[in-house]
Design a protein around this ligand. Structure first.
Ligand SMILES: Cc1ncc(COP(=O)(O)O)c(C=O)c1O
Length: 376
């Protein structure tokens, strides 16, 4: 509307007041009422660092050699975490961009368009297929909600460009049998979506859990995405895409300081890179281990509290995601929203879903369950 872009600048106090009204409408992680997001509140130090790099744009890297150096160190640190050795790394906007790049590369490399992926896959793959004119074929799930290997084996053929497996599914946080999938994909690109689980599995295993291998430790894994802006505690947006081999898809960027680009965005917000750099160096592995351990304890607590209220858990949780079957999750999500809580739902099977991120405390679980108990 005309008034939305004023002819002359307005009074600053009036404007700040409007910004405050908008800000107050938004939910915040610190309220403890967000149970449906895979992101969380960054550390205070990360917020401060973020604001210092607000101009930084690694789409034009020659202007920001300092940020670029920190990016390199972040790539190397996470390569170490996921056994990536000397593979190629790209900073991306998140799991969606990483998954699109994986399919793009697989299509260019193979000249084929068939994508085999479990029904538990994140919807970003549907986007990727639509953008890239590729053809998704979904593989059924076992009773543990992981990809059915028998069906995958039957569907891999000469037309297949890429096979996808998930390390930490969006709905239930389960891990596909990645090692076994790799045995079936010798001639096909194999991409692992570890957007959520990549920052959980290594720490859980160090804490004595027994989650399966999911990363470049497995020979057949060709590419992988992992998101610092989920369980890595980074401010958004930050995902990392890793590829076992350097890829030929490079687009010249002649008028910029970099010679070429390999990702999708041109100009890219880069403040999250120094912010994540300081987070990972400040917390160290021990800090992440403590955080993951706390999230798991709270996940078990949430499940106990929900079971006391008569809900039954869909799967034994592998990580900090709990899900409960329900006939009408849409109603519960809507009614809880009216009470100020953000919950989410699962599709297979229909139910409620809770992501127990670091901002979810025991008290916030008690408060949420108290309200939920009235709605059943
Ligand atoms: C397994 C998985 N992959 C990819 C994504 C997409 O990540 P983003 O929203 O950061 O693009 C998500 C988001 O929840 C996810 O759970």
């Amino acid at each position: 509307m005309k008034d939305d872009f004023p002819e002359k600048g307005r009074d600053i106090d009036e404007l700040i007041e409007k910004i405050k009204i908008a800000e107050d409408k938004d939910m915040s992680f610190s309220s403890g009422k967000i149970f449906g997001s895979m992101c969380t509140e960054p550390l205070d130090i990360a917020k401060k660092v973020y604001s210092r790099f607000i101009e930084s744009n690694l789409g034009n890297p020659g202007l920001y050699p300092g940020t670029e150096k920190l990016e390199k160190e972040v790539h190397e640190a996470i390569a170490y975490l996921i056994n990536a050795g000397t593979t190629e790394a790209l900073s991306v906007g998140g799991g969606t961009e990483g998954n699109i790049i994986a399919l793009w590369r697989a299509r260019e490399k193979s000249g084929k368009r068939k994508v085999l992926l479990p029904k538990s896959s994140h919807f970003s793959f549907e986007k990727a297929c639509s953008l890239l004119d590729m053809r998704p074929e979904y593989i059924s799930l076992t009773d543990k909600y992981t990809m059915d290997l028998g069906e995958l084996k039957k569907k891999i053929d000469d037309e297949t460009a890429v096979v996808i497996a998930i390390a930490g599914t969006t709905e239930h946080g389960v891990v596909d049998p990645i090692k076994k999938v790799a045995e079936l994909t010798e001639d096909v690109h194999f991409h692992v979506d570890a957007a959520f689980g990549g920052f959980v599995i290594p720490f859980l295993n160090e804490l004595g859990h027994d989650l399966p291998a999911f990363d470049f430790e497995i020979d057949g894994v060709d590419s992988l995405v992992i998101d610092p802006h989920k369980m890595g505690m980074s401010p958004v947006p930050l995902g990392l895409f890793y590829s076992r081999t350097e890829n030929e898809i490079t687009i010249d960027s002649p008028y910029l300081t970099g010679r070429h680009q390999k990702d999708i965005r041109g100009t890219r917000v880069s403040a999250s890179i120094p912010a994540f750099w300081i987070t990972l160096n400040y917390l160290g592995k021990q800090g992440y281990k403590n955080m993951v351990s706390q999230c798991m304890q709270r996940t078990y607590y949430l499940i106990d509290r929900m079971e006391e209220e008569g809900f039954s858990s869909t799967v034994t949780p592998s990580m900090n995601i709990a899900s409960f079957e329900h006939r009408n999750p849409e109603r519960i999500v809507r009614e809880m929203e009216e009470k100020g809580f953000n919950l989410s739902r699962t599709v297979i099977p229909r139910g409620l879903r809770f992501v127990v991120m670091p901002h979810v405390s025991m008290e916030s679980i008690d408060e949420m369950v108290k309200h939920l108990g009235d709605l059943k």
